[in-house]
Design a protein around this ligand. Structure first.
Ligand code: COA
Length: 136
């Protein structure tokens, strides 16, 4: 798998990948919103390709305090080959280069099984925190 920065031209292929992987998609996933995200996080918005086909993706954001991870996905035909692990390690290395000291993200309750994957990478499930959000 080759890993490179995501370009907005990749949007439709990446969106299809997210759909295929059952990622919950909403208003923040429109082309305009993803374009803004890539603009602000050019080196931590990444795709993985095999034979020029996008088979993996992860979006990493940094707000100056925390690294935030969104929409890690590996195409079902390619899962179980360490590609998800490799994408996460690549993103973590980029975060470290940028001085990020802590990474957080959300997992939907309906996808709680995936926590096993993250625990293998050293992540810890926080049970002492709830998420609060508001649509602006
Ligand atoms: C989660 C995901 C990215 C993992 O990608 P992958 O390339 O299959 O993962 P890896 O091959 O690197 O797996 C590493 C280990 O985690 C385990 N693992 C992978 N996905 C898992 C899952 N969904 N649940 C539990 N364990 C999982 C693997 O069995 C493997 O374990 P092993 O080392 O004991 O063999 C992929 O399953 C996916 O795209 N899932 C759907 C989208 C999703 O849930 N994304 C996360 C949103 S928070």
């Amino acid at each position: 798998m080759n890993i490179r920065n995501m370009k907005i031209e990749d949007y439709y292929e990446v969106y299809q990948l997210w759909q295929k992987c059952g990622i919950s998609l909403g208003k923040s996933d429109s082309k305009e919103e993803i374009q803004k995200f890539i603009f602000m996080n050019p080196e931590t918005s990444m795709v993985g390709t095999i034979d020029n086909k996008i088979i993996g993706c992860v979006l990493g954001g940094y707000d100056g305090r925390r690294g935030l991870i969104h929409h890690l996905a590996v195409h079902p035909d390619y899962q179980g080959n360490d590609y998800g692990t490799i994408l996460m390690e690549c993103l973590e290395n980029k975060f470290k280069e940028n001085g990020v000291v802590k990474v957080s993200f959300w997992v939907q309750n309906s996808n709680i099984g995936v926590v096993d994957f993250y625990e293998k990478l050293g992540y810890e499930l926080r049970k002492d925190i709830v998420t609060i959000s508001k649509v602006l």
